[in-house]
Design a protein around this ligand. Structure first.
Ligand SMILES: [Zn+2]
Ligand SMILES: [Zn+2]
Length: 130
């Protein structure tokens, strides 16, 4: 396990993803803030604010959601397995699109209500369907 003591260095050195083992390099990200694995999208809880490396937690952060920023850019929501910290991170150019889609679709695939009640709910709330 490596430790990067130089806190002022915001460039991220290549590292092996703790979750899937893939070598993560800054190249290809299209940004210096390569803070998550492009393959499984997991991250580590190192920052309190993006890039500040001020968190002493170090827990694995799972990608739990996707949201759309102003301008249509996608961002990933990470939650720390150890302390529950939640953060939002820009997606990188080489992030696994299948993984991103599966995270985005998860709530639709597992709705918290019976899917056959959708039309009934829509009717009750006055939502017009074709
Ligand atoms: Zn990974
Ligand atoms: Zn944490």
């Amino acid at each position: 396990m490596k430790h990067y003591d130089n806190k002022s260095n915001t460039d991220i050195k290549p590292f092996n993803c703790k979750v899937c083992g893939r070598l993560v390099t800054p190249e290809g990200a299209g940004s210096l803030h390569r803070n998550h694995c492009p393959n499984c999208l997991s991250s580590l809880h190192l920052d309190n604010e993006p890039g500040d490396r001020s968190s002493g937690c170090g827990g694995i952060m799972d990608a739990i959601g996707v949201w759309v920023r102003k301008g249509g850019e996608w961002a990933v929501i990470h939650r720390c397995r150890r302390c529950g910290h939640i953060s939002s991170n820009r997606t990188a150019a080489d992030d696994n699109p299948i993984k991103l889609m599966s995270i985005a679709l998860k709530p639709l695939a597992e709705p918290p209500f019976p899917i056959e009640r959708l039309s009934q709910i829509a009717e009750l709330s006055g939502y017009k369907t074709e």
